[in-house]
Write a protein that binds this ligand. Structure first.
Ligand SMILES: [Zn+2]
Ligand SMILES: [Zn+2]
Length: 136
């Protein structure tokens, strides 16, 4: 099996990362928290084991967006990079938009569809979950 490597980073380049191996899951989140943090109508996330992700330049600043979750971002340019939470121990979400090649991964589901903006209709037939999807 080929070893997949995904590189990415923030807009100004202060933060760079390298990911080894395939994502656990790639999904589009429609929740209000992601929308606000990213100032975007919806946010695509690629989830990995934390051990798969190495920061090769800089390190994200963090903001505790809730009692459970922490968002990593570039303190210089503001690009949202990561999300970690107590309910997904050992895992880290990386913003698909911060990948050098965001087209290298594809979402397989939507979540928090209950908070989706009514005018956001992506043309796909992927499963849509009202809230956080069932997770093993
Ligand atoms: Zn930056
Ligand atoms: Zn979200």
């Amino acid at each position: 099996m080929d070893t997949v490597t995904l590189d990415g980073g923030c807009q100004c380049g202060a933060i760079r990362y390298r990911i080894t191996g395939a994502p656990v899951v790639v999904a589009v989140c429609h929740c209000r928290m992601c929308r606000r943090a990213n100032a975007a109508p919806a946010v695509a996330w690629a989830m990995f084991q934390q051990s798969q992700v190495a920061f090769t330049a800089g390190k994200p600043a963090t903001y505790a967006s809730s009692g459970e979750g922490e968002r990593g971002f570039c303190p210089s340019c503001g690009t949202q990079i990561s999300f970690t939470a107590t309910y997904i121990p050992g895992l880290i979400d990386i913003t698909v938009g911060s990948l050098d090649r965001p087209d290298a991964v594809r979402p397989v589901l939507h979540y928090w569809d209950s908070e989706r903006l009514p005018w956001v209709r992506l043309a796909d037939d992927l499963p849509r979950h009202a809230e956080f999807p069932p997770f093993e």
